[in-house]
Design a binder for this molecule. Sequence first.
Ligand code: SAM
Length: 437
Amino acid sequence: MTQDRATAPDDGIAARRAALHLIEQATGGQRLMSETIAAGALERLSPPDRARAQRLATQVLRQLPTADRALKPFLTKQPPLAVRNALRLGAVEIMEGAAAHGVVNAMVQIMSKGKRTQSYKGLVNAVLRKLAEEPPEAWARMPVPKLPNWLRGPMVEAWGRKSVEAMEAVQAMIPPLDLTPKGDGAALAEALGGDLLPTGSVRLREAGQVSALPGYDTGEWWVQDAAAAIAARVLDARPGERVLDLCAAPGGKTMQLAAAGAQVTALDLSETRLGRLRENLARTGLGAEVVQADALEFDASEAEGGFDAILLDAPCSATGTIRRHPDLPYAKDGSEFGALIELQAEMIDHALTLLKPGGRLVFCTCSLLPDEGEVQVEEALARHEGLTNDLKALARPGIEPDWIAAEGLRLRPDFWAERGGMDGFFIACLRPGARDG
Ligand SMILES: C[S@@+](CC[C@H](N)C(=O)[O-])C[C@H]1O[C@@H](n2cnc3c(N)ncnc32)[C@H](O)[C@@H]1O
């Protein structure tokens, strides 16, 4: 019997090679892992290898400063990036307890197949062997990986050094899997052996393959970080209300609004991402009107008298999601954030024109930068006479009072640290006065 390339056992070479490609694109090509994967980087791999490649790349990027620190004593000068990344991957695997000989052999094989790397296979062999001789306790003593300076600077300015260190400690850990239940959260938590969080999400420590979990096929839940799920809870959609989800895809919040019984219009610019939203709606059996459009061009006449409520989950730096996407600090440098901040303000202004009198706008971003949260709200309040910031709407079940600031709800990765943390988010509920409504 012959095995095709995608399924033949290869001692993890294909998965590791693909992981190295993902890491190299993030560290050298400024491409997010999601972009490299969307461009087909993992297409030729078997499903288990695909999962392994993603897991390895994610873990290397999460532990990158630690791997560099561990490798430093064994390197007199820095080799080229492709070799450095191979050393980082080998180091992280060894530090995680993988059998050193298998890791070293695989990395040497990979180096020997590349034109740019073959002359370094001896170095990789020697360095990884030496590293494997270190006692495992040495790794436990390594300091928590720090964010790169371009992001650490503004974060320390916003939250203080101690808080940023607490966020980094959570970001260094593999995050739990959070699910939003379509129905009864307590029953779902029991069925899956998870924890029901005070805000209503179900948290699993060890998840394995998501699509193999009970209730996936029948659409009884969807994957959504506990912090992300709070925005739709703040909006508190009522059955029959007309609700616009203005940046909707892939639809985590759309599904919450639809599950609450609202009549939802889910709008997004990206047709590709809307494809995922449609799949999610089909799997969960939930309904929404799906519109592909630029939010800024969606006009009030299409809204037929306006919406009762709008959820604006605006495009942002995504700096709150680093514990799930540790490639972000390496693939980005902050240069795009100014344009996003301007877009967010335009979107807030436009969303206010689409509301019915007496309607509400929930604005949120998965960002840890106040310019994309607190400052947006301060500036919106200054631009719009009569606009009010409804802080009472933020006091939902499970929300701790000290998470609510003067500008809105500030969620951070180091909140619930002992439970595994949460994504960074900012959420505010704005109510226009007579002129804006
Ligand atoms: C933070 S994501 C939304 C996540 C989504 N709310 C959820 O919970 O699954 C931001 C979304 O904004 C969309 N977007 C970016 N610019 C847009 C625009 N001008 N008009 C509409 N959608 C836009 C992106 O395609 C992306 O899907």
